[in-house]
Write a protein of this length. Structure first.
Length: 533
């Protein structure tokens, strides 16, 4: 029996390694962060376009992993592949530490993990999910194993801070339980002062990053967050989209969704306060997803909820898991088949709303194809890439796809300014509501004033519309003026109090929307000229 226990974790490592080898890929979105990393290492600072300070990434902690990791592994593609493997393996190791005295529980929980297509897909991807898995597992390890330790509140606060810095919305699920641990429990033990002091100390990394973000970028929130929330859409449209996302995932990857909903129901009706608070947190997270319209990538925003539910199972150690053993064996083998023998093209779905990102990008960034040198070069993935070289480098280029294209330029012509139609990397565009007409969740077009392109090219404010001229002045004060410029403070305050956004909205109302809409169908973009009728 002891030999079996010793061999179990190495066997799990082997199974995961096989699954990871066949499933690993990197998303186009990851390359948005890659460009910032390349620019930093080339001496331009944490910038996407080198002539302005704009935070295009939503995962500061993950970004810092890449920033530091590049000093060791120069190729960012292989760096994120290794990081994804390492953080997911650490998650499985913590799972082992919590269940090693219950061999059947350890095997069953790993089978659950391997049965989720979403979790395996985003163990790689180059995005922050794998680090989120690790932080979730670390949270549960602390509350199960170390809650009686002297510095428990400090460790817990640091972990919650890391969650917040890895992705702000990751912390939603754990807020109810965090409040319970930092206020109710210490109050009962007369340790409230200790918990608050340690909690505040552990929160210092968030304060440091937030201060840096406001000072350097001029904004507390990442620009990509603003671009996806400052839309002008009725909230009901986003909520409908969010519900569609949950339904689509239920159909496309049923085990992941059913497992989450089953554990959610279990926690809500559980008599344990620990379970109830986690259930409330999961419910709040799902409500949050619905309200923001969720995402366009199948499974991505459900992976953290799934991993959380997995550790809830560990805590409760229910005998019902034994009944699930045959089903989990079948699902795990099915996933092994999906990632090894099944044709990747069969995962592709023709949908304007959602997509299997791994299936879409695997031909370009799939690990096995890259290692064998049989992948499609990233320069050939999008036809739009050609436009980067059709104009002089000194002229700004409007693009719809930012990841691969931005990275290509960072390696060849970093001075090339790219104007993002989706505003993820462009503060001026993000300040405006989305353009009328077609939209897809996560893809919200902005109307681009031709005078804005002239302004970028000649580095002067050439916009004639008064409201937009003011907005560009404010944006450039935040993103281009010297960090110590006294006028920046007013611009930063105007940004955070909403004055800049209000004027951008007034300017937007004066745009020739009918003509912009026609152009978007005819030319494929939303460029407009102030003198067009």
């Amino acid at each position: 029996m002891n030999l079996t226990k010793k061999l179990t974790f190495p066997f799990i490592i082997l199974v995961f390694s096989i699954l990871y080898l066949f499933s690993a890929w990197v998303a186009d979105d990851a390359y948005i962060t890659f460009r910032t990393i390349e620019n930093f290492h080339n001496g331009y600072g944490l910038r996407w376009n080198i002539d302005e300070r704009v935070q295009s990434y939503t995962h500061p902690l993950w970004m810092l992993n890449l920033l530091i990791g590049k000093y060791i592994i120069d190729d960012l593609y292989y760096l994120v592949i290794i990081l994804g493997f390492s953080y997911t393996l650490l998650t499985l190791y913590i799972l082992y530490q919590l269940t090693k005295h219950h061999l059947s529980l350890f095997i069953l929980t790993n089978l659950i993990f391997f049965s989720s297509k979403a979790v395996l897909d985003f163990s790689s991807s180059g995005l922050e999910n794998s680090l989120s898995y690790f932080l979730i597992s670390l949270f549960f390890y602390l509350v199960i194993k170390l809650k009686e330790q002297q510095y428990f509140y400090l460790y817990l606060s640091l972990t919650l801070s890391a969650m917040f810095l890895n992705r702000m919305d990751l912390i939603i699920t754990f807020l109810p339980l965090a409040l319970y641990f930092f206020f109710y429990v210490p109050y009962q033990k007369n340790k409230l002062r200790t918990s608050i002091v340690m909690g505040l100390i552990g929160f210092i990394p968030v304060i440091i990053w937030s201060s840096f973000s406001i000072y350097y970028y001029g904004s507390f929130f990442a620009n990509s967050v603003i671009a996806k929330t400052n839309l002008g859409l009725p909230s009901t449209q986003l909520q409908i989209q969010g519900l569609k996302y949950l339904y689509a995932n239920l159909i496309y990857d049923p085990f992941t969704s059913i497992f989450i909903y089953s554990i959610l129901i279990y926690t809500i009706f559980s008599k344990k306060i620990f379970n109830k608070l986690l259930g409330i947190g999961l419910f709040l997270y799902l409500i949050y997803l619905i309200n923001i319209g969720a995402d366009y990538m199948y499974g991505r925003f459900l992976t953290t909820a799934f991993v959380t539910c997995l550790f809830i199972v560990v805590i409760n150690n229910k005998k019902i898991l034994n009944r699930l053993f045959p089903l989990l064996i079948i699902l795990s083998i099915f996933n092994l088949y999906q990632y090894t023998l099944k044709d990747i093209k069969k995962f592709e779905i023709n949908s304007t709303n959602f997509t299997d990102e791994r299936a879409f990008y695997y031909k370009t960034t799939g690990l096995l194809l890259v290692v064998k040198n049989k992948n499609l070069p990233i320069s050939d993935h999008f036809d739009e890439t050609l436009t980067l070289f059709n104009e002089p480098i000194s002229k700004p280029t409007i693009l719809y796809t930012m990841g691969f294209n931005g990275y290509i330029m960072s390696k060849t012509y970093p001075e090339k300014h790219i104007v993002d139609l989706l505003a993820l990397t462009d503060s001026f565009s993000a300040a405006h509501p989305m353009s009328y007409g077609y939209w897809r969740i996560g893809h919200f077009y902005r109307a681009v004033n031709a005078e804005y392109l002239t302004s970028i090219e000649h580095k002067i404010n050439a916009i004639t519309l008064p409201e937009d001229r003011y907005v560009l002045d404010q944006v450039w004060l935040m993103s281009r003026a010297p960090l110590t410029d006294k006028k920046r403070l007013d611009a930063i305050l105007n940004w955070h109090t909403g004055k800049t956004f209000n004027l951008a909205k007034k300017a937007f109302e004066k745009y020739p929307h009918e003509q912009i809409y026609k152009n978007s169908h005819q030319y494929g973009n939303t460029l407009w000229y102030p003198n067009q009728k």
